[in-house]
Design a protein around this ligand. Sequence first.
Ligand SMILES: NC(=O)c1ccc[n+]([C@@H]2O[C@H](COP(=O)([O-])OP(=O)(O)OC[C@H]3O[C@@H](n4cnc5c(N)ncnc54)[C@H](O)[C@@H]3O)[C@@H](O)[C@H]2O)c1
Length: 255
Amino acid sequence: MVTGEIIKGRFQGRVVVVTGAAGGIGAATARRFAAEGAALVLADLPAAAAKRKTVMDACRADGACDLLDLDCDVSRQDDVVAVMKAAMMRFGHVDVVVNVAGYMAFKLIQDFSGDEWRQLMDVNFMGAVYFTQEALRVMQPGGAIVNVSSIHAFQTTARVAPYAAAKAALASLTRSTAIEGKPLGIRANAVAPGAIDTPMFWTSPNIASGEEKVPDNMLGQPESIAAVVAFLASSDAAFMTGSIVTADGGRLSTL
Ligand SMILES: NC(=O)c1ccc[n+]([C@@H]2O[C@H](COP(=O)([O-])OP(=O)(O)OC[C@H]3O[C@@H](n4cnc5c(N)ncnc54)[C@H](O)[C@@H]3O)[C@@H](O)[C@H]2O)c1
């Protein structure tokens, strides 16, 4: 379902790449851009191919003008280069890249192996680095990058240190990209969601154990994040770059 105030045609003629497109926030984001007329490139893991197909069908029904559905493990630079190359070959330009792909894992700092730390950083941070590199190489002035960070970039809980570190690094990358993108006419912003009603939230052991409590009125829907992403990618946000926009139902502001 696409909710919110859809601005028909806002992204007509624009090509939008969404990673993690088979997941809760990724799918809602893709569908929002589809409903506003974009051509979409949906990228997610091969294991998510069936879900991606469902999202693709939904995007088509929502109004996407064209669609490309691609396997991509964002932690593999070759995969990322291949996605951007395929997008350029199909459409001739890429205008928006939304880095959504991510995952959480739950252990104490000392219990994560080096490989587990690296994999969490590779998916939650390096994937966005690789897409940013390609975007800065191929995007024309007016292009926009939107990174999906997290409130874990600012405040966090036990047992998610690599994830929180990666999301903080992603916020920092957003600022650096804004600086280096400025002379190219490319903007970079991030949204930092609070708790969002997706599989990632509900499978968190910290939520299941009750250690992390989220009041009902601070649990958001993926469509609310999609709306912020679309705004940040749009010309209405032309004066915004390097911003990290919190969308958490007020959670970080509450004592
Ligand atoms: N749900 C929340 O409460 C919440 C809060 C803050 C931030 N976020 C962030 O939002 C983003 C989306 O999360 P979600 O809640 O939709 O979770 P989700 O689990 O529904 O979706 C995540 C998607 O990322 C994909 N993915 C995982 N590893 C990948 C890889 N290596 N390459 C490509 N794709 C990969 C998964 O297949 C999945 O489709 C994540 O970056 C997450 O950290 C979520």
